[in-house]
Design a binder for this molecule. Structure first.
Ligand code: ZN
Length: 188
């Protein structure tokens, strides 16, 4: 049995266990649909690690570059329910090397397509950029809605959870951090 088929079987059983009839009309194809969707939602677990940090030459003078409103969709590792929102990334390029916009989008997509928590996702994005592109500092801010909080328990609809992570000058220099937040405000 292939992996896709195993997941289909498990979803069929799950539907039975929650008291549903997986053979009724509306649910007949649900196990296949869910298995197919999981391929996409958890793609990061199977793809080779994102490593395309190819930068290009551009004269920079220690100015802060901000890329805001990068959308992301992930699955909370505590409840396997979606959390989603947007990411703002700021960094201070070094050695006159900058990273193209598409690389940021793909880095965020790669790490969000797996079960995760918002803090962990924020930290890994910050860490990967800090370690892989020439920089004097990186800042990452995530704003997200968590369906596990909104649909159950505390039920606080539309509550935005914010997490942030900084390295280099953005961590040590308060002025630059203020600049980071001001730039994000302008971009949104
Ligand atoms: Zn959760």
């Amino acid at each position: 049995m292939g992996q896709r088929e195993k997941i289909e079987k498990l979803i069929f059983q799950l539907l039975q266990e929650i008291g549903e009839n997986p053979k009724r009309d509306g649910l007949k194809e649900t196990p296949q649909r869910v298995a197919k969707m999981f391929d996409e939602l958890f793609m990061g677990l199977k793809s080779p690690k994102f490593a395309d940090f190819k930068t290009f030459q551009k004269k920079t003078n220690g100015e802060l570059i901000v890329v805001a409103k990068i959308p992301f969709y992930s699955v909370c590792e505590h409840h396997l329910s979606p959390f989603f929102g947007d990411v703002a990334i700021g960094y201070i390029p070094a050695q006159n090397q900058t990273l193209g916009l598409s690389k940021f989008l793909r880095l965020v997509a790669y790490w969000s397509k797996r079960p995760s928590i918002q803090e962990g996702l924020t930290e890994i994005i910050c860490q990967e950029l800090t370690e892989n592109i020439p920089n004097d500092g990186v800042g990452v801010l995530l704003k997200a809605r968590h369906l596990c909080m909104e649909m159950r328990g505390v039920r606080n609809p539309n509550a935005l959870t914010k997490t942030q992570c900084f390295s280099g000058e953005l961590k040590t220099n308060r002025q630059r951090r203020v600049e980071f937040f001001e730039r994000i405000k302008e971009e949104s």
